[in-house]
Design a protein around this ligand. Sequence first.
Ligand code: M6R
Length: 592
Amino acid sequence: MCGIVGCILKDKEAAPVLLECVGKLEYRGYDSVGIATSASEIRIQKDQGKIDAFTENLDMKELPGKLGIAHVRWATHGLPTKINAHPHTDCQKRIAVVHNGIIENFKELRTELINSGHKFSSDTDTEIIPHLIEKYMDEGLDLEEAVRSAVRDIRGSYALAIMCRDEPGKIIGVRKESPLIVGKGEDEYFLASDVPAVLNHTNQVIYLDNREMVILDGEEIIIKDLDGKILTKEVHTIEWTPDMAEKQGYEHFMIKEIHEQPDAVKNTLREEEDIRNMVRDFPEFKKICFVACGTSYHASLVGKYLFETLVGLPTDIILASEFEYSGGALDKDTLVILITQSGETADTLKALRIANEKAETLAIVNVLGSTATRDAKHVIYTRAGPEIGVAATKTYVSQLTAIYLLAILMGGKEELLETLQKIPDFMEEALKTEEEIKVIAKKYKDTYDFFFIGRGFSYPTALEGALKLKEITYIHGEGYAAGELKHGPLALIDDDVPVVAVTPPGHSHNKTLSNLEEVKARGARVIALGSKEDHVLKSEAEDFIGFPSEINEMFSPLPYVIPMQLLAYYISIYRNIDPDKPKNLAKCVTVE
Ligand code: M6R
């Protein structure tokens, strides 16, 4: 998983623009950076590490030209080293390529190319691509034909940006299963993995579909399929401003995005009419099956409880990466709901392809034009705006909101819409706990293990709290159904292990309270989240985070997750970790 960019500018040097654009894609990977520009020859600069360090050591004069391509890498094949950084080139260094995706048959192709005399200098799967193009150009094909022939040989996923010394002034892009967009500015042309990369230059965007190719020559945008047939594509106007993709004064994207959550929920709530129209045309389903990964999986788990409670349909929930092994019991009466903020998660897209063959599919997605939105039979956009922090925050609450709307409308429980409309205000209240959370975060920043517990609608919140902690603080956090503790993990509890208990008023409250007694008896220090008026809970806890008492269990996942996100964020800050770029992770996981 990586980010790629290309540009052809009219009267500016490409290198600084490429750096700026690819900087907006750092959430896709930050193992290495590389740029190639073209004037009389192709010049390349690349290195391991993040963009800031790369830029500091870069002499822009080394990268002349108004045209170029750039890359940020999240390593899949080959270590995150300078040698493996993109762009990669052919033997004669006349072709430069940046790639996002995985070439599954690269070993066979590499062996064939080496046997016919090609010399490789990296361990990447990508490097076979410039060599394949070189092979076809040596056979007499022009760049466009050679790219087409090369991608026909490739098995796997790719978004590519390619330039060649022999055809200066041209960039070719091509995609299969990895995203690629084209940006059209004033006599300026861009290619990128995602929209934020180009927003400072244009809001006019074309989404390429699988097996489509774009040829940019500084005059026009030509889009073709892989048989060379010219295609006409819609140009979309993007309403996100460049500012929306920036930090707006916050220290990190994550904290900015945490604060944007009430607005994100309001935006999703605006989808009510579209969802109502969609639901009206639904056939009568007999079963629901949620499929997702990570945080989106936790949203799905809330969905399971909601659909079983409000719609009364049996509801499965399957991790997308397990779907091909266990997702078989589907038929035309099943609605498969895929939750994915990016719309590009490889596991989820694979599950979507399988599900499409047997059942009705609905994708709940944040990124407009992403693959899931094009592959699913029905789509709900969460409209949370761009989320740059690797840890999902505002897209999670937007996903939840879309699921609440869907369950309420499918279940005919319209009276609950009024409560849902009040949720952004309750979330504003939850954000006011920030100062208290800072104190708790400071107190527990050096802890090795945390437990997060909850029952019913609070169980997914506990899982999400633990995932946030793990991913951005590198502290072990275990999310558990409170009632399950006594079946094993209670053995791990002692006075070194804080237990965060999600205990809103409602059906599960008293039982969770008993579970708190059990952990306290083993020495655990309890951080409890509950109603401000819950004096019993307050007296049981060493630290207490209070919420308005009107927030009942069913709607608690939306506001109650906020202190969890803040806790992880501030522990990460106190441990000197960059929460926007946790190690080993990337925003969008486009490999299985
Ligand atoms: O884009 P998706 O919603 O499909 O992503 C799924 C997971 O990769 C994602 O939620 C991941 O778990 C987040 N980094 C969690 O904060």
